[in-house]
Design a protein around this ligand. Structure first.
Ligand SMILES: NC(=O)c1ccc[n+]([C@@H]2O[C@H](COP(=O)([O-])OP(=O)(O)OC[C@H]3O[C@@H](n4cnc5c(N)ncnc54)[C@H](OP(=O)(O)O)[C@@H]3O)[C@@H](O)[C@H]2O)c1
Length: 342
């Protein structure tokens, strides 16, 4: 019987204008209903807070449908199966999937949207399944390798370097023999990616000029730019690219809360001059190949050649303020909200 359990949920109350406000959310509670054959109850433990959540709150066509008004906010998460009438999952299994911003997920074990799969806390700590071994890691791995196609000796620049995607991009590029230059906000983040993650250099865009940093740290130009931020930084990197450069458009966090139109790159003719290309990536296109990436990065982790940092904040009630940390650069590593105990 799960009906004694109370499920607290964050629902989208209004479509934000600019930065999300507390009034854009409503908090509801409901009893966890009893399940029928084929169903499970998952208790959320860790929720993945992602920049993409801001886009899901907007109306309009995108790679995924918007979250509807009054719907529980979409979020990836890792949790524990606490009730099961399905042969796919047993009580006590740990799973990753679309838990939503709530304490409990209830529904069919084979629900296509939630897409739960088992994870093993003995192989890696559970938060890693929301970082390198989860969606951001898959984005970094396939974006860099499939879209960027790095060759040993090339120079790779990645923005958002200390964040979830950026950390993995830089380390995968190092494994492939590239020179790696990060761009991040602040000395602590830059020191971390160079001293802990092994990047060759990092440009602090908050205190220095990105253009000067690129001149200094990319003496042979830029072969691959993995763009997590868009805006002015993308425009500046475009002035330093090499012949046949590849620019991976992963995200544009600097633009997500704009109340004015997205700032596109003024320097795009550099693509023409350099016969270069710019290509987008959506991680979900690679779902069938996630095990391939997890196996390779898991092996590097076990060999001590690869590490990731998570920034874990406590408490479901802190969801609205914690989400904003992403847009203020306050997260240091993959941002995760812990809402239950392992
Ligand atoms: N295409 C896909 O399938 C896919 C999948 C996952 C993620 N993404 C995208 O990848 C990017 C990184 O996501 P993540 O989860 O790894 O986030 P993250 O890097 O862990 O966190 C966001 C970071 O962005 C930086 N930032 C915030 N505002 C900025 C601004 N105005 N200018 C420059 N940097 C800014 C901040 O770092 P600093 O302190 O360094 O400024 C902040 O810590 C996002 O754009 C996201 O939408 C795309």
């Amino acid at each position: 019987m799960t009906s004694a359990l109370v499920n607290k949920q964050f629902r989208l109350a209004a479509r934000p204008v600019g930065m999300p406000k507390n009034s854009d959310w409503s908090v509801t509670t409901e009893a966890v209903r009893d399940i029928v054959d084929g169903e499970i109850v998952v208790q959320s433990i860790y929720l993945s807070l992602d920049p993409a959540m801001r886009g899901w709150m907007n109306e309009g066509k995108s790679y995924i449908r918007p979250v509807a008004i009054d719907e529980v906010m979409r979020a990836g998460g890792v949790g524990k199966v606490i009730a099961s009438k399905s042969s796919r999952f047993a009580v006590g299994d740990y799973v990753s999937g679309g838990t939503g911003v709530q304490n409990y997920w209830v529904g069919a074990a084979d629900d296509k949207t939630a897409a739960f799969y088992k994870v093993d806390p003995k192989l890696a700590p559970l938060p890693k399944y929301l970082n390198a071994l989860g969606m951001p890691g898959m984005t970094a791995y396939f974006g860099l390798l499939d879209v960027g196609m790095p060759k040993a000796g090339e120079t790779v620049v990645v923005s958002g370097a200390a964040g979830a995607v950026g950390q993995t991009v830089g380390q995968v590029a190092k494994q492939k023999g590239c020179r790696v230059v990060g761009i991040a906000g602040g000395k602590d983040k830059c020191d971390f990616v160079v001293n802990e993650l092994g990047f060759d250099a990092c440009i602090d865009y908050k205190t220095g000029s990105v253009k000067d940093g690129l001149k200094q740290h990319c003496p042979n130009g830029v072969d691959i730019y993995f763009d997590n931020v868009g805006g002015e930084i993308l425009d500046t990197v475009l002035t330093r690219i090499n012949m046949k450069a590849r620019i991976i458009i992963c995200g544009a966090i600097s633009q997500y809360n704009n109340t004015t139109p997205v700032k596109g790159p003024a320097n795009y003719l550099s693509l023409l001059v350099n016969r270069a290309r710019m290509e987008g990536i959506v991680v979900f296109d690679y779902a069938a190949r996630y095990p391939e990436a997890a196996a390779e990065m898991g092996k590097w982790m076990a060999q001590g050649k690869f590490q990731t940092r998570e920034d874990i904040v406590q408490g479901l009630e802190n969801f609205p303020d914690t989400l904003l940390m992403l847009f203020e650069g306050k997260n240091f590593g993959k941002l995760i909200l812990q809402v239950g105990q392992e």
